[in-house]
Ligand binder design. Structure first.
Ligand code: C2E
Ligand code: MG
Ligand code: MG
Length: 626
C-alpha cells in the first residue's frame, strides 16, 4: 500500500478508492439514520394507533382484520388479538352489514367516508357507532383501510329525545304544530285515495290570558293540561289533538262522512271547555272558540284547510267566543282585509319611523358580566300601539318585506352599538346579536347585503353575531361559511325546537347555540329537560361551540343551569329588552345583578295586535316548513 501510494500514477487511484470508501461509509451512515428515522416514525405512528381514544382497526383489502388497538376492547368487549385474522364484518350487526361493506369498498376505492352503523355489545345491547373508513395508501396504492369506530349511542339518544321534543309540547305532551302539520298532510293524502273527508277543528281559548296573568302561570299551565285532557275525550284514537301555540289547539278528525260529524265534535268541545276547572280549590272558567273546516274531495293543500279553520275560528271569536263556526267562503274577505292592511301599514312603518329596536343583555352566568345584547324589533303601530314581533314578523315573512325589515334592524343595531363602542361604554368583546329570518337568509345576495351594511356602518364584523334558525342553516352551509369569512359569528337560534339530526352541527361550523327557552321553562318540572340541557352543553363543548341559554326568568333556573356547568344566559332575570336609549345606563357598569333591572311593565308594555273584533293573532300559515 505504501508503495502504491508512493507511485505517482497511483495517487489518483488511491484518492478515488478513499472517496469511494468514504461514500460507502456515509451511505451506510445515512441508511442507518434513515432506518432509525423510519423506526422512530413507526413508533410514533404505532403509539397514535395503540393509544387512540377511538377504536381503530386496520383491515386488509379482503376485509380481514390485521391489527386493532386497545380502545376496540372497550367498545366490543373483544380483545384485539382475538380479532386479528377475522373478517371485520363479524363485528357489525347483521342488518347493517351491507351498508357497512359498501363504506369499506368506498374507502378501498380511495375515498374516505363516514357512516352510522351498529356493533353488538357483550351484554347483548347494540351500540350505535359512527364509522370512518380511511384508505391506507402505500406507494400510491390502497393496501387496506383504517376503520375508526366512535360510540354515537349518547348522541343518537339525545337526537331522538330532541326529535320527540321537537314534535311534542312539553306541558301537555300533546303533538305540537310540526307533528300536527305532518299528520294533516298524510290524512289528506289518504282520504283523497279513499274518497271520504278530513275535518280540522281549530280551538282558541277565550278568557285564558287574563286568568293566566292574574292567577299566575302555574294555574294557567294546569288549565291547559286539563283542557288537553278534555279535548282528548272528544276524539277517537286515530284522531289527533295538538297544542299549536299558547292557548291554541287543533283537532284532526281523520274520517268524517259529513259536516255534521265535525259539528257534533265542535259542540262537545265548546261544552266541555266551558265547564269550570278547579285549581287549588279555586274555580276558573275559560271558553273555546272553534273554527271548523272540512276537506272536499279536491282539497290537496293542508295549508288551505288550516287557513279555512283559522278564519272560522276568528269568526267565532268576533261573535264573542264560547261557540263554533263552520268555514264559509264569505269569511275570506275579512281575513284578507286584515293581513293586507297590516302589510301595507308595515311597508310604510320604516319611512314613518315607527320601527324601533330593543336590546336584551346576554350575560355570563358565573360572574354576571354583560357580554353582548340581542336586538329585538318593535313596531309602534299608529292605531294598536307598541307591538311584539309575533304580530308582524309572520306577515312580513309572507312577502319580501322581511328582507327590508331585517336590513333595517341590522343597519340600525350596528349604528347604535357602534356609538356605545365609541363612547367607551363596552369592552372589546361586546357583541350585537341580530335575528335573521329564514326567508332573508335564502336570498342569493344575502351575504353581500350583510357585508354592505357592515361597511356602511363601519361596524367591526367581529362584534356581530347573526342568529339563524336550524332549518335555514342546514339548508345552506355555504352561506354560513361565507358569513364566517366576513368575520361574523353565526348562532343557531331556538336550538332544539325543530330538526332531526345533530350530526349536521359538526359540518355546519357555526359558533354558538342558543338553547330555546322552552327547555328552561321545563327545567324544574321535567327531569328529561335537565338531561337534555346537560347533553347539549356537553355536546357544545365537544364541538367547541359557545352556548347561550335563553329564557332564564328566576334564580332557581339560574342555579340549576349553573349546576349543569353554566354558560351565557339571557332572560327576564337579567332584564327584559330595553330601548336603545336605556341601554347605555344598563351596560356601562359591565355587569348586571340578577333581578336588578325592574320590569318596565308586563310584557314590556308591548302587546300582540288584535284585529277588529278582539281576535288575538293575525291569520298565519303554519303547515309549510314543518
Ligand atoms: P328570539 O330570537 O328567540 O328572541 C327571544 C325572545 O324571547 C324575545 O321575544 C324576548 O323578549 C323573549 N324573552 C327573553 N327572555 C325571556 C324570558 O326570560 N322569558 C320569556 N318568556 N321570554 C323571554 P320577542 O322580542 O317577542 O321576539 C320573538 C321572536 O321574534 C324572536 O325570538 C325572533 O325570532 C323574532 N324577532 C325579533 N326581532 C326580530 C328581528 O329583528 N328580525 C327577525 N327576523 N326576527 C325577529
Ligand atoms: Mg333570537
Ligand atoms: Mg331564541
Amino acid at each position: 500500500m505504501q508503495e502504491l501510494l508512493q507511485h505517482p500514477a497511483s495517487f489518483p487511484v488511491a484518492c478515488g478508492l478513499l472517496g469511494a470508501m468514504l461514500f460507502v461509509w456515509r451511505s451506510y451512515l445515512l441508511v442507518g439514520e434513515g432506518r432509525r428515522a423510519l423506526e422512530l416514525k413507526r413508533q410514533e405512528h404505532e403509539s397514535l394507533f395503540a393509544r387512540h381514544v377511538d377504536a381503530v382497526i386496520a383491515v386488509d383489502t379482503s376485509g380481514t382484520v390485521e391489527r386493532a388497538n386497545a380502545a376496540v376492547t372497550e367498545l366490543t368487549g373483544l380483545r384485539a388479538v382475538d380479532l386479528v385474522g377475522r373478517p371485520f364484518m363479524d363485528l357489525i350487526a347483521k342488518p347493517v352489514r351491507m351498508k357497512t361493506a359498501q363504506a369499506l369498498k368506498t374507502a378501498l376505492d380511495g375515498r374516505q367516508n363516514t357512516i352510522e352503523t351498529e356493533v353488538p355489545q357483550p351484554m347483548g345491547e347494540i351500540a350505535e357507532i359512527e364509522l370512518t373508513s380511511v384508505p391506507i395508501v402505500v406507494n400510491r396504492e390502497v393496501v387496506g383501510t383504517f376503520e375508526i369506530l366512535r360510540d354515537a349511542t349518547e348522541r343518537k339518544k339525545l337526537e331522538r329525545e330532541l326529535e320527540n321534543r321537537a314534535l311534542h309540547d312539553y306541558l301537555t305532551r300533546l303533538p305540537n304544530r310540526a307533528l300536527f302539520a305532518d299528520r294533516l298532510k298524510h290524512a289528506l293524502r289518504r282520504r283523497r285515495r279513499d274518497g271520504d273527508y278530513v275535518a280540522l277543528l281549530y280551538v282558541d281559548l277565550d278568557r285564558f290570558k287574563p286568568i293566566n296573568d292574574r292567577a299566575g302561570h302555574a294555574v294557567g299551565d294546569e288549565i291547559l293540561r286539563e283542557v288537553s285532557a278534555r279535548l282528548r275525550t272528544v276524539v277517537r284514537d286515530a284522531d289527533t289533538v295538538a297544542r299549536i301555540g299558547g292557548d291554541e289547539f287543533a283537532v284532526l278528525l281523520e274520517t268524517v262522512d259529513s259536516e255534521t260529524q265535525a259539528i257534533t265534535a265542535a259542540e262537545r268541545i265548546v261544552a266541555l271547555v266551558r265547564s269550570p276547572v278547579t285549581v287549588d280549590g279555586e274555580e276558573h272558567q275559560v271558553g273555546a272558540s272553534v273554527g271548523i273546516a272540512v276537506s272536499s274531495p279536491s282539497t290537496e293543500d293542508p295549508e288551505q284547510l288550516v287557513h279555512q279553520a283559522d278564519l272560522a275560528m276568528y269568526d267565532a271569536k268576533r261573535r264573542g267566543g264560547f261557540q263554533y263556526r263552520l268555514y264559509s267562503h264569505e269569511l275570506e274577505q275579512v281575513g284578507s282585509d286584515w293581513s293586507h292592511r297590516l302589510e301595507t301599514q308595515l311597508r310604510r312603518a320604516v319611512d314613518r319611523n315607527e320601527l324601533e329596536l330593543e336590546y336584551q343583555p346576554i350575560v355570563e352566568s358565573e360572574n354576571c358580566r354583560i357580554v353582548g345584547v340581542e336586538a329585538l324589533v318593535r313596531w309602534t303601530h299608529p292605531e294598536h300601539g307598541p307591538l311584539l314581533p309575533a304580530s308582524f314578523i309572520p306577515i312580513a315573512e309572507e312577502s319580501s318585506l322581511i328582507t327590508e325589515l331585517d336590513r333595517w334592524v341590522l343597519d340600525h343595531g350596528c349604528r347604535e352599538v357602534r356609538r356605545l363602542v365609541e363612547f367607551g361604554l363596552v369592552d372589546e368583546e361586546f357583541f350585537l346579536s341580530a335575528n335573521l329570518s329564514a326567508r332573508h337568509f335564502e336570498e342569493p345576495d344575502f351575504v353581500n347585503t350583510v357585508s354592505d351594511i357592515l361597511l356602511r356602518t363601519s361596524f367591526d364584523p367581529a362584534r356581530l353575531q347573526l342568529e339563524i334558525t336550524e332549518s335555514s342553516a342546514g339548508g345552506d352551509t355555504d352561506k354560513v361559511k361565507r358569513l364566517k369569512e366576513l368575520g361574523v359569528k353565526v348562532a343557531i337560534d331556538d336550538f332544539g325546537t325543530g330538526f332531526s339530526s345533530l350530526s349536521y352541527l359538526r359540518d355546519l361550523d357555526v359558533d354558538v347555540l342558543k338553547v330555546d327557552k322552552s327547555f328552561v321553562f321545563s327545567l324544574g318540572a321535567d327531569p328529561a329537560s335537565v338531561a337534555i340541557v346537560r347533553t347539549i352543553l356537553t355536546l357544545a363543548e365537544m364541538l367547541n361551540l359557545e352556548v347561550i341559554v335563553e329564557g332564564i326568568e328566576d334564580e332557581k333556573q339560574l342555579a340549576q343551569l349553573e349546576d349543569l356547568g353554566g354558560s351565557l344566559v339571557q332572560g327576564y332575570l337579567f332584564g327584559r329588552p330595553v330601548p336603545g336609549g336605556a341601554l347605555a345606563g344598563i351596560i356601562s357598569s359591565g355587569t348586571i345583578e340578577p333581578g336588578s333591572v325592574p320590569d318596565p311593565a308586563p310584557h314590556g308594555g308591548l302587546s300582540l295586535v288584535d284585529p277588529p273584533g278582539g281576535v288575538p293573532d293575525p291569520p298565519r300559515k303554519w303547515v309549510s316548513g314543518a
